[in-house]
Write a protein of this length. Structure first.
Length: 397
């Protein structure tokens, strides 16, 4: 793991998950179902949790959504999905939380947007009402400002009034200790600047994310570019990658991207990593690309079971290389790797385990045989500790 000096922050407990302090950076996500659709929301929350989301946020925008929350939480508990549910409130959260006390109790945390909770008002009574409910139920809150929904007139007036006061109020005097802050913007440089300033001015736990990150490559690259800089500086206690999914796309993609950002930086490990070359004129066949995809899918599919059986399995490194130029070298640097033959090369594939040549595969069963070797390595290395796995695997092959 990377030796990054984390910014000191107050630990906040959200259900069974802690955020802040020296706790590893937490990955979270958000549903896009109609929360009033109880079955559909339970299904998507479970999908996100099984993908690795440690906190899941749901929209609470109307009476039907607020009424549904207790049943959603109960349904998840029946499925043994132990993920804290966060309520996302805008405009009318003060009404919903006071009108539906069972909703307020069921949620593990409230997200409050001060930019729109008091739109059209000259005071912050709506905000205070939500904080009162949080204090009564001993729930933490995220005070989450988004640039696109900030009420500039209210903000300016309240800051002016506070600055002219003989005793200016600190946020802690009118709220409570269980606070997480976020200040999301849609520009990478703005995000970095804002969070650097926040990190210097407070010790609250910080939620990082590029709001409205966008679709596909734009959303992934933008989020990675902004979050990586801040995380490398030790700023950030929980992250969400706000990708716009493709129609009928996999909502869990945002979880995988968030995990990969943390794992690429060496901050946390979630799943075995597959190193594969990009291909060139030496690899005119797509076989190695297909094999790399098959191995990555195989690892991800098996991780839910492997995590319970093999401690440390998430740090496994696998290499699937396409030719002799970098293949043997990268394979030796991985825990287990295979160097496939490139165009016009001899049709054989050496397999390396812990830096040593173990065997050479040939024929049309290379993928199946490599998976057998991979399974043998996992059971020998991670069930019995870091012993010499080469001899144990060789004995089984």
């Amino acid at each position: 793991m990377a030796l990054i000096q984390r910014r000191k922050s107050v630990i906040v407990k959200i259900g069974n998950v802690c955020v802040g302090g020296d706790v590893p950076v937490v990955v979270q996500s958000m549903t896009n179902t109609d929360t009033a659709d109880i079955a559909g929301t339970i299904q998507q929350v479970a999908q996100l949790a099984r993908a690795g989301s440690e906190l899941v946020r749901v929209t609470v925008n109307n009476d039907a959504a607020a009424k549904a929350l207790p049943a959603i939480v109960e349904g998840l508990e029946k499925q043994n999905v132990q993920v804290p549910i966060i309520g996302d409130f805008h405009y009318n959260g003060h009404l919903l939380l006071t009108r539906y006390p069972e909703c307020a109790k069921a949620l593990a945390k409230y997200r409050i947007n001060p930019g729109n909770v008091s739109v059209g008002r000259k005071d912050d009574n709506n905000f205070r009402a939500m904080i009162d409910v949080a204090v009564k139920n001993q729930k933490p809150v995220r005070i989450g400002v988004n640039w696109g929904s900030l009420d500039q007139q209210l903000l300016t007036r309240m800051m002016d009034e506070n600055s002219r006061s003989e005793n200016p109020k600190d946020a802690r005097e009118v709220t409570m200790d269980k606070i997480i802050l976020s200040a999301k913007v849609s520009g990478v440089q703005d995000l970095i600047d804002v969070y650097r300033m926040l990190a210097l001015r407070c010790d609250y736990a910080l939620h990082l994310g590029l709001t409205e990150a966008g679709m596909g490559a734009r959303g992934i690259v933008g989020s990675a570019a902004g979050l990586a800089v801040l995380l490398q500086e030790g700023i950030g206690d929980t992250i969400r990658v706000s990708l716009t999914p493709a129609p009928n796309g996999n909502r869990a993609e945002e979880v995988f991207v968030a995990q990969q950002i943390l794992q690429s930086l060496g901050i946390r490990s979630f799943t075995p990593q597959v190193t594969a070359c990009p291909g060139c004129g030496r690899t005119t066949s797509t076989f190695f690309q297909e094999m790399a995809e098959q191995i990555q899918s195989y690892l991800r599919e098996n991780m839910p079971v492997w995590k319970t059986q093999y401690p440390g399995i998430e740090e496994l490194k696998v290499a699937v290389m396409g030719c002799v130029v970098n293949g043997p070298g990268e394979s030796k640097h991985a825990n287990i790797g295979i160097s496939l033959p490139g165009t016009f090369e001899e049709p054989k594939a050496p397999v390396f385990v812990d830096g040593r040549l173990m065997t050479t595969l040939k024929g049309d069963r290379i993928v199946a045989e490599f998976i057998d070797i991979l399974n043998g390595y996992v059971s020998a290395r991670y069930a019995s500790g870091p012993v010499n796995a080469v001899e144990r695997i060789a004995a089984k092959v």
